[in-house]
Design a protein. Structure first.
Ligand code: 2BA
Length: 109
């Protein structure tokens, strides 16, 4: 058995969960946020038999798309009288960041 951890953008999370659920897969959705952009995203936990991992990846891939985000870096300290206007930096995010882990033991108690 494997545990697939998929970090997806908030906009893609609902339809990804629906697609996984429709395929008969169990999924847990956690609210999370990225350390770099500090923006909300979603982390999906999907426990599956080994032979369904590729199906999970296909469903995640087909429901998550790449987007451009903008972040405004913190301006550096400037001397009095100096003006330094920070401008937004474009960052590409997604489709999804996926980890596949071996599950040593699975119990439903
Ligand atoms: P964030 O950490 O908010 O990162 C958002 C996007 O910013 C990343 O998109 C990447 O394009 C860019 N980025 C991240 N760190 C950067 C850096 N030090 N310098 C320049 N650009 C940087 P994705 O790679 O698609 O990642 C989307 C989200 O997936 C991340 O949100 C984070 O929540 C998660 N993630 C990505 N890689 C991870 C990892 N190795 N471990 C844990 N979580 C990860």
């Amino acid at each position: 058995m494997k545990l697939v951890i998929a970090i997806v953008q908030g906009e893609d999370a609902g339809q990804t969960v629906e697609a996984l659920h429709a395929a008969g897969l169990s999924v847990t959705r956690l609210a999370s946020s990225g350390g770099f952009l500090q923006q909300g995203n979603a982390t999906l936990l999907i426990g599956v038999d080994d032979d369904r991992v590729e199906q999970v990846l296909t469903l995640v891939r087909s429901n998550c798309r790449e987007r451009n985000r903008y972040m405004t870096p913190m301006p550096p300290m400037v001397e009095p009288g100096e003006v330094l206007l920070p401008f937004p930096v474009e960052v590409q995010v997604g489709g999804a960041t996926v980890f596949v882990l071996d599950v040593e033991r699975y119990e439903r108690l």
